[in-house]
Design a protein around this ligand. Structure first.
Ligand code: KIV
Length: 258
């Protein structure tokens, strides 16, 4: 049964944790979908984990569309959301509607995610939602602001915590259907989760969020650089290296093909 926004919001009421992961292509999306992941995000972390950029900033809308289309073909049930990349929505609500419209029309995804909840961004979210485009918010550490925030934990002082809280509230008021809370203290994530009616989905935000998201490359042990809060459930870097070394040896020793 397809996961809808209403079902995610129902999950919060029933205190059933929401499971979310990132995908980058057909096969990863298909595997995640078959495993029963609720929300699949084509995250702009694609820039680092797949395209080899240093940050998410160089990622283009065309790159997001390309990967989202591939992933979409693997998804039957999960709710598919796509990150709007840096500078594809910050200029104006019109630019955001244009970019998000392309995502929904060209990929078949059902929602977009964007970063920040400061007043102008909350207004952009309101305009997107009015245009019929579901929006997943994202506050706390917002990697598209790396040159302003670094990759440090956010919301640590009382002032910074109330800033993150007020951005989350502004996004809910603007009509976001859920909010990603990235790399903030667990106590702040708990406070936001209790205050909001919509679900919170945490990454590096402790156990009190309504759901959790990880970058799938981190979960699989495929990344060459992992954030401190990620957990690897497998070591695919090692498994792939061993398989490729075995293949090299067998070809060079004329053992394969047999
Ligand atoms: O781009 C991404 O993968 C994300 C998640 C870390 C939430 O935004």
């Amino acid at each position: 049964m397809p996961v809808t926004i209403a079902k995610l919001q129902e999950a919060k009421k029933q205190r059933r944790p929401i499971v979310a992961l990132t995908a980058w292509d057909y096969v990863s999306a298909e595997l995640l979908d078959k495993a029963g992941v609720d929300l699949i995000l084509i995250g702009d972390s694609l820039g680092m984990v797949v395209l080899g950029y240093e940050t998410t900033l160089p990622v283009t809308l065309e790159e997001m569309l390309h990967h989202a289309k591939a992933a979409r073909r693997g998804v039957k049930n999960a709710l598919l959301a796509v990150d709007l990349p840096f500078m594809s929505y910050q200029e104006s609500p019109q630019q955001a509607i244009h970019s998000a419209g392309r995502v929904l029309k060209e990929t078949g995804a059902r929602a977009v995610k964007l970063e920040g909840g400061y007043p102008a961004m909350a207004e952009t979210v309101r305009r997107l939602v009015c245009a019929g485009i579901p929006v997943l918010g994202h506050v706390g550490l917002t990697p598209q602001s790396i040159h302003k925030l670094g990759l440090r934990q956010q919301g640590k002082t009382p002032d910074a915590a109330s800033q993150v809280l007020s951005e989350a509230v502004a996004l809910e008021d603007a009509g976001a259907f859920a909010i990603v809370l990235e790399h903030i203290p667990s106590s702040l994530a708990e406070q936001i989760t209790q205050k909001l009616i919509i679900p919170t989905i945490g990454i590096g935000a402790g156990p009190h969020c309504d759901g959790q998201i990880l970058v799938t490359h981190d979960l699989l042990g495929l990344s060459d650089r992992q954030p401190p809060f990620a957990k690897a459930y497998a070591n695919l870097r090692q498994a792939i290296a061993l398989a490729v070394e075995d293949y090299c040896t067998e070809v060079r020793q004329r053992q394969f093909p047999g």
